[in-house]
Structures are given as C-alpha cells and as structure tokens.
Design a protein around this ligand. Structure first.
Ligand SMILES: [Ca+2]
Length: 80
C-alpha cells in the first residue's frame, strides 16, 4: 500500500492523505482519502520584560519595560 500526504503543519488549512493499493493481478482497490484539517487553536502568550509589579516614585518619568509576545504557529508577535 502507498500513501500520499499533502499535510503541511506550518499552515492552517485542509489537507489529505490518500491510500492506494493493488493486488498481485493489478486490480486496484478503491482509493481511500483522509481529510486532515490543520487548525490553530493555541492562543499567543505575552511575557512581561521585567517584574509584573513596579514601584515608581511620583512625578518621575515612567518608562515601561515592555513585553514580548509569541505564538506556537506564528512565532514572534512582539512587533504586531
Ligand atoms: Ca496560535
């Protein structure tokens, strides 16, 4: 039996895996296709640069330390 897969786990979409086989006399089976839906349900994660609690003196200029964002599929989302 052979199988041909179009599955690409780097991109959301609908893909297929197709199975084919023939017997010794060349009679081919009815091919069977599995549909594989690649989805992205994993939420991105934001990570603070520095502490989640900051004590800052009144009247002084506050500069926030920023944060980073990343996603399992999309990678770095910080600039988004
Ligand atoms: Ca995601």
């Amino acid at each position: 039996m052979t199988s041909v897969s179009t599955v690409n786990t780097d991109a959301v979409g609908s893909y297929s895996v197709t199975y084919r086989v023939s017997d010794a006399n060349g009679n081919a089976a009815v091919e069977v296709v599995r549909t594989v839906k690649v989805v992205d349900t994993t939420v991105p994660v934001i990570t603070l640069s520095g502490s989640s609690t900051v004590t800052h003196e009144a009247k002084g200029t506050y500069v926030d330390g920023g944060a980073r964002a990343s996603d399992t599929l999309d990678g770095n989302l910080t600039g988004r």
